[in-house]
Structures are given as C-alpha cells and as structure tokens.
Design a protein around this ligand. Structure first.
Ligand SMILES: NC(=O)C1=CN([C@@H]2O[C@H](COP(=O)(O)OP(=O)(O)OC[C@H]3O[C@@H](n4cnc5c(N)ncnc54)[C@H](O)[C@@H]3O)[C@@H](O)[C@H]2O)C=CC1
Ligand SMILES: O=C(CO)COP(=O)(O)O
Length: 326
C-alpha cells in the first residue's frame, strides 16, 4: 500500500493501530496531545506508558498538530476513548482531506446523547465517509504483531472492502461488513458484559457461572443490538461473539479486570479506564426504551451506580422467573 493514514489518539489502541498500518505499507502520522509521548515514539520508537517495551516501526511518527496529521490522509482512524469522540471530532473535520474516510475504532455509546460513534462521525463528515473497526483485539497483541482478526464496517460494502484491504497486513486480517450498527454495538455492549464477567470471576463464583453469564450476556447483546438495527449474523461474528469471548475471559481486558476488582470488594472508581463503565447506563436505558429484556446489563448499571450490591445483583439475576431458553 502507498499513501497516508492518520491515527487520532496516541494511547494503547491508537499506537497499536498506527504500528499496524505502517506494517501494511502506509505512511502514518499519529496525532496525540503530549510532547513526552511524541518524543518517546519519534526518538525511541516506543510508547512505554501504554505499550511497555514493545518496539514500534521506526517510520511511525507522532505529531501534536491536527493539520499536519490529517493533511492528505485518505483514512483517519479515530482511537480516542468513546466519551471524548464528540469533543475531539469537530476540531479535526476541518483539516480532513476531501473524500477521506473516518473510521471509529472506539467502543462505546456517547453517554450525553446516546449516539453511536459512527452517528457522531456521520454528522460531521456524512454517512458515506463514516466507518467502524471493531473485533477481538487487545492493543498489546496488535502492537506486538500477534495474529489478529477484526471487522471493518461501512454503509457501502465497497468502502468497507476498500478499508479491509487497506488495513490488513500479514498479521491483521480485516473482514468487511455493511452492518455498521451490528459491528459497533457488539463492541460497545461487550464492554458492559465484560464488567459483569469480571465480577463473577472476582467473586469466585466459578467457571460454570462465568459460562452462564457470558452466554446469557450474549443473548442480551444480540437483543439490544438488534433493536438498534444490528443484524443477527453480524453479532455472532468477530465484533460481537468474538470480542465477548475475548473480554469475558481475560484479565488483560480492562473491563473484565475492573469487574474483577469490584467482585473482590474494591470500591467503585469513576475514573477507571474501562469503557463499559460509561456505556452501562446508556445501554440499560436503550434496552428499557426499546422494551428489550437485558437484566445483566441493568444489574451492571445498578451496581456501578452504587444502588445495588453485588450480592443483591446475583440474587436478583438468579431469582428471575424461569423461562424457555430461546
Ligand atoms: N486498548 C485496547 O486493547 C483496545 C481499545 N479499544 C478502544 O479504543 C478506544 C481508546 O482506548 P485506548 O487506546 O485503550 O485508551 P487509552 O487510555 O490507552 O488512550 C486514550 C488516548 O486518547 C487520548 N485522548 C483522549 N482524549 C483525546 C482528544 N480529545 N484528542 C486526542 N487524544 C485524546 C489520551 O490522551 C490517550 O492518549 C476505547 O474506546 C477502547 O474501547 C478498542 C480495541 C482495543
Ligand atoms: O476491546 C478490547 C479488545 O477487543 C479491549 O478491551 P478492554 O477495553 O476491556 O481492555
């Protein structure tokens, strides 16, 4: 590949994606906010704060200037936390090259407006130029060049295929989809469910409980995403079931690790770097408003809100009326 890709957000995911697109042959500028990280990436080829000692490609450069990052970039990967996308984007759109495609790589639902990341991007650059990348992919794995597969969605499948071809490399396999809601809601909702799975793990409720929670959580993920237009077949793919399996079973997931801490009795932490904390309330609200049964998501929201203890949440989930499984 030749040409330029800009990556917005020099945290774990933005840096890993930037390393990955350089491996795919692109020139890449990473847009961040702090000069210390820029010096480490540009001079030492490392981002120790987020990715330890992993060596980044020497040609990867970071800048603090949006105009420089976005000039001439055909693709802009947006990898800032979901709750900052609405404030980060307006300042960027003005610098974007005509026809460039903005790809949300964040996983969450905007908690002020209830909008999805693609929805926020579409208002600025239009539907045709808004896309989503999601799937089972720990930043540290992608940065280290371990084999990974994700889904890239755009409303036009031709754009999705162009992105999948552009972003794939020998260790990152991108599948194309035209189901934006299915792909992005899988990623947003699995974070909430990973907190629940972490609580089960941290409270030592056993492997059977974890399997039950993950499976019933998946049923909720499918129902809520379907209510917002996600297709069932997308939700059994990488960005739905795939990412749920990854994050509901590993302490490498910040959402799972945060849930595990709560399960062990740690106090709630509003500043936790777990995206599900900020998406739980909106996910629960969307389920209620669409008349979708989502008791696990509701329980996570109530526990995070401080209104329900973990014990009471478990009792509530276990004492629900019995029903048919599907
Ligand atoms: N870390 C991971 O393994 C993965 C993360 N993601 C998603 O990617 C998103 C970002 O996550 P991480 O990179 O892990 O977070 P992080 O906490 O490692 O980094 C976030 C970065 O965004 C920067 N940032 C915040 N607001 C900004 C703004 N307005 N403009 C420019 N930069 C800004 C911060 O300074 C920080 O460098 C999240 O939605 C997460 O769910 C998706 C897949 C994997
Ligand atoms: O989304 C991720 C992997 O696909 C990363 O999960 P965490 O944000 O829970 O670490």
């Amino acid at each position: 590949m030749s040409g330029k890709i800009a990556v917005v957000g020099a945290g774990a995911w933005g840096t890993a994606l930037a390393a990955s697109v350089v491996r795919a042959g692109w020139s890449c500028l990473l847009l961040g906010r702090d000069s210390e990280t820029a010096a480490k990436i540009n001079e030492l080829h490392r981002n120790p704060r987020y990715l330890g000692e992993i060596e980044l490609p020497e040609t990867l450069r970071m800048t603090l200037e949006p105009a420089e990052a976005l000039a001439g970039a055909e693709i802009v990967l947006v990898a800032v936390p979901a709750q900052t996308v609405s404030s980060a984007l307006p300042g960027l759109a003005a610098f974007a090259a005509p026809g460039s495609v903005f790809v949300s790589c964040a996983k969450g639902i905007d908690r002020e407006t209830g909008r999805t990341m693609s929805g926020l991007m579409a208002t600025l650059v239009g539907n045709d130029r808004a896309a989503v990348l999601s799937g089972p992919s720990f930043a540290i794995d992608v940065a280290a060049g371990l084999p990974t597969a994700v889904t890239v969605a755009a409303s036009d499948i031709k754009t999705a295929k162009m992105l999948a071809e552009s972003l794939s490399n020998p260790v990152l396999r991108c599948y194309a989809s035209d189901d934006i809601p299915g792909v992005e809601l899988g990623g947003a909702l699995k974070n909430v469910l990973a907190i629940a799975a972490g609580i089960v793990h941290g409270r030592q409720l056993g492997a059977s409980a974890l399997a039950a929670l993950t499976t019933r959580g998946f049923a909720e993920l499918r129902r809520v995403a379907a209510a917002l237009g996600g297709r069932p077949e997308t939700l059994v793919g990488l960005s739905g079931l795939g990412d749920l399996i990854l994050t509901c079973g590993s302490e490498k997931s910040r959402n799972f690790a945060y849930g595990a801490a709560i399960g062990r009795g740690a106090p709630l932490d509003e500043l936790a770097l777990a995206e599900g904390v900020k998406t739980a309330a909106m996910a629960a609200r969307i389920a209620r408003e669409h008349g979708v049964e989502a008791p696990i998501i509701a329980a996570v929201d109530a526990v995070l809100d401080g209104g329900l203890s973990v014990e009471a949440a478990i009792d509530r989930l276990m004492s629900r009326p019995l029903k048919t499984e599907t």
